[in-house]
Ligand binder design. Structure first.
Ligand code: KG4
Ligand code: ZN
Length: 348
């Protein structure tokens, strides 16, 4: 049952291929349920927007019913709604915003539009005290859809200082996995294969890496992963004789390991570099790729070496797309009055 002085928040995230809904009591996550579309997208070899939207529509009311049942709450108990409105796949976003707007209209509940990337950043506030996040900080957000570096001078002062000039790192993981005949999403599969590589991690000094590191020296906070992707394609073609034979398990392990090292070395270095250049002592990580253990290990190593404090989401559950990050950002927006009071339809 609802406690009188606490705000109950209903949060929706449907920007890509996860139908996720969470209920919060202030900053405390009461329950979250997420319907994943991975099985379907494995058949289509990636996310097809129309397929994703249909799956969201099929799943969303079941997920909503689950979170209400598990928290023993009714829609009438909800004080605020938070919903992802951008960026994302339009047909997918529409499912979440339509359901959220309908509830807001019918029950006259205030609705707060949420930016997906900002929500990823705020996933770091989950299960933490507000004062545990120290400003100013530099945050690397790495996902399938984005690959950015943000400077955060204060809780509401978020400025993009770097981005990818082509693919995101998550997209590179997914495309490289596809080249090797692995399933979607590629990140978790590649990192698992890489872990079984016999070479000590990190690479022995002096040993030549298989793939290039793209530093973009002039635009130090920017990234590029398309050249790396092409280099992996050439290596796969070479080892399979242009598709005439299959890659062996050893090939897959070695390519996964070498590719992952090439990605994480650049990500970790640039995050720390931007912090040092700006005299900032705190670095943070967010987004699906932040579930990667090697990435966290490498940033931890570099941060320690440079006397920086490094934080990342307390659970991998909060790294991938999820409604908990939407709920916690909604909570802080309410707490700080960082929203326009609106009831009804949120526009995309
Ligand atoms: O944040 P997210 O769930 O969705 C987007 O906003 O895009 O991120 C999904 C991305 C996928 O590209 C997936 O391959 C990647 O995160 N990912 C990983 C790992 N787990 C998920 N990449 C590398 N290592 C992982 N362990
Ligand atoms: Zn995301």
């Amino acid at each position: 049952m609802k406690k009188e002085d606490k705000k109950i928040i209903l949060a929706f995230e449907t920007s890509c291929d996860d139908t996720s809904i969470a209920i919060f009591e202030d900053d405390k996550l009461l329950f979250m349920d997420t319907a994943s579309q991975i099985k379907i997208h494995n058949i289509t070899g990636g996310v097809v927007p129309e397929v994703a939207a249909r799956e969201h529509a099929n799943a969303i009311f079941g997920v909503l019913e689950n979170v209400l049942t598990e928290t023993n709450l009714k829609l009438e108990n909800i004080d605020y709604i938070g919903v992802t409105t951008s960026p994302g796949l339009l047909p997918s976003l529409l499912t979440g915003t339509t359901v959220a707007s309908t509830i807001s209209t019918v029950l006259q509940i205030p609705i707060i539009p949420i930016n997906h990337i900002q929500a990823h950043v705020f996933s770091n506030f989950l299960e933490r005290k507000e004062e545990d996040i120290k400003f100013p900080l530099i945050c690397l957000t790495v996902s399938g859809g984005h690959n950015d570096i943000y400077s955060m001078k204060d809780i509401w002062d978020l400025e993009k200082v770097g981005s990818t000039t082509d693919d995101s790192s998550g997209e590179a993981f997914d495309k490289v996995a596809k080249m090797m005949g692995l399933e979607y999403p590629g990140g978790p599969i590649i990192s698992k294969l890489a872990e079984s590589h016999p070479q000590p991690i990190p690479c022995k000094e002096g040993s030549k890496p298989l793939f290039p590191r793209v530093w973009l020296v002039k635009k130090e906070a920017d990234f590029s992963f398309s050249g790396l992707k092409s280099a992996v394609k050439r290596e796969v073609d070479k080892r399979t004789n242009r598709g005439e034979k299959e890659l062996t398990l050893e090939d897959k392990i070695e390519i996964s390991y070498e590719f992952q090292e090439a990605v994480i070395e650049v990500l970790a270095y640039k995050l720390v570099q931007v912090a040092l250049q700006n005299g900032v002592k705190n670095v943070m990580l967010a987004g699906g790729v932040s579930a990667n253990n090697r990435l966290k290990e490498e940033i931890t190593r570099l941060a320690k070496k440079n006397n920086l404090e490094f934080i990342f989401p307390v659970s991998n559950l909060y790294c991938m797309d999820n409604a908990a990050m939407v709920g916690i950002l909604t909570y802080y927006k309410i707490k700080y009055g960082e929203f326009e009071k609106k009831i009804g339809v949120v526009k995309l």
